[in-house]
Design a protein around this ligand. Structure first.
Ligand code: HSE
Length: 442
């Protein structure tokens, strides 16, 4: 058999430990699939001497000098599972420029400065693979960057954050509020001690940027993604969604659009939205992830599975390791970054969506007409209006309150937002109790 392909592993936490374990347990199969054995040349960690359980690896392989390890002549492939922007960016750029292939799970870095990594890969003639960066175990990036390259993707809609999906699924199932569902997620280990990156949508926004870049052959960064988290979603919103035959999910949406001059654009956003219970994404519960891809020739495709966790993420990492190791042995590299389309990424205001608006209004003649007039002034077409029973206890037309629930047709987000802003100024509107986007056709 040919000489081994030697790996530098950067990070040995939950995912890194599983990578080590699988490399050990599957070594014969991996060697057969690649045509050469894989060997760990070294493992860079922050602290030596930490208890790593019964990890099947020689303790002498651990080092705190990541850069020194990357630069070693006997390292062919660098596997990074540390995360964060620095020092990971410096390490990976160094490796790629030196012609060493990189496998990384670092979504934050790819979304922040993926261009630097792709440029370094092109410079060094190395492979850059990152299947584990989005939706854990789900084979998703390879289909986007290879299998669907004969097609034209029009839209990607995904649930790419397991923590928030667990929380929203719990709210939907039990009627709990956000705080209570977050507490449960923390107790069960789904939410981290500091859940900000998940519940405020930063994690999903990074993944949305990576998906949009691949789907639309355009560099999209985290800063291009409109981001809203789930902290404001209430039990009343969830109940309101249920009354409409919907559920609420934190969606990442990357879609093609058209500007005023007819030119192609891209819009990328992350926010909670109502989707019909009949939509394939509505049945994605617990901490699972799923991504719904729409392409012109392929039609609708759905990718589903575990988006986090040591073993599922390690599965995606090892799949990439096998691919880059094979390329190395064959003396080839994978197709480089495809960003030729370079489409303009347009702001949220231009995204086409629908709103579900709940209002507490004074119940007297002319109120509905006044509210409808606001929608009309902003060129927003109303699809349905439902009036709740808040006014039933009072004397009709004598100052009791009513609840109005209005769902719109599709309109630019800016027009919908301006409508809500004006509604808040009307003295007949006591409060706008909830505003949620509606996606997926209701
Ligand atoms: N924290 C992420 C999630 C997993 O909850 O899905 C890592 O991307």
């Amino acid at each position: 058999m040919t000489s081994p392909v030697r790996l530098a592993l950067l990070g040995c936490g939950t995912v890194g430990g599983e990578v080590v374990r699988l490399l050990h347990e599957q070594s014969a199969d991996l060697a057969a699939r690649i045509g050469a054995p894989l060997e760990i040349a070294g493992i860079a960690v922050r602290r030596l001497g930490r208890d790593r359980g019964d990890l099947p690896v020689d303790p002498a392989l651990f080092t705190t000098d990541a850069l020194g390890l990357i630069k070693r002549d006997d390292v062919d492939v660098v596997v990074e599972v540390v995360g964060g922007i620095e020092p990971a960016r410096g390490w990976l750029v160094e490796a790629l420029r030196a012609g060493k292939s990189v496998v990384t799970a670092n979504k934050a870095l790819l979304a922040e400065d993926g261009g630097a990594l792709h440029d370094a890969a092109a410079e060094g003639g190395a492979d850059l693979y990152y299947e584990a960066a989005v939706a854990g175990a789900i084979p998703l990036l390879r289909p986007l960057r290879e299998s669907l390259h004969g097609d034209r993707i029009t839209r990607v809609t995904g649930i790419v954050n397991g923590t928030t999906n667990f929380i929203l699924s719990a709210m939907d199932a039990t009627g709990a509020g956000f705080a209570e569902a977050l507490e449960e997620a923390t107790e069960l280990g789904y939410a981290e001690a500091d859940p900000t990156a998940d519940v405020e949508g930063f994690d999903a926004a990074a993944k949305a940027a990576i998906l949009a870049s691949l789907a639309f052959h355009t560099r999209v960064g985290a800063a291009d993604v409109h981001r809203e988290g789930i902290t404001e979603v209430t039990a009343a919103d969830v109940a309101s969604a249920r009354a409409m035959g919907c559920t609420i999910k934190l969606l990442c949406i990357a879609a093609r659009g058209v500007d005023a001059a007819g030119g192609e654009t891209v819009n990328v956003r992350v926010h909670p939205a109502m989707i019909p219970r009949t939509h394939p994404l509505a049945s994605v519960g617990d901490a699972f992830n799923a991504v719904f891809v729409e392409a012109e020739a392929a039609g609708q495709l759905m990718f589903y599975g575990r988006g986090a966790g040591g073993a599922p993420t390690a599965s995606a990492v090892l799949g990439d390791v096998v691919a880059v190791a094979r390329n190395r042995l064959a003396g080839v590299r994978a197709a480089s970054e495809s960003a030729y389309a370079d489409l303009p990424v347009r702001p949220m205001g231009e995204a086409l969506t629908r709103y579900h608006v709940s209002l507490d209004v004074t119940d007297r003649p002319g109120v509905l007409a006044a509210v409808a007039g606001v929608f009309a002034r902003h060129d927003v077409s109303i699809a349905t209006v439902r009036q709740g029973s808040a006014g039933d206890a009072g004397t009709p037309g004598r100052g009791a309150d009513a609840e109005l629930v209005i769902v719109t047709h599709v309109a630019p987000d800016a027009a919908l937002a301006a409508t809500v802003t004006e509604l808040r100024t009307l003295d007949i509107v006591r409060s706008v109790t909830s505003v949620l986007r509606v996606e997926g056709g209701v």
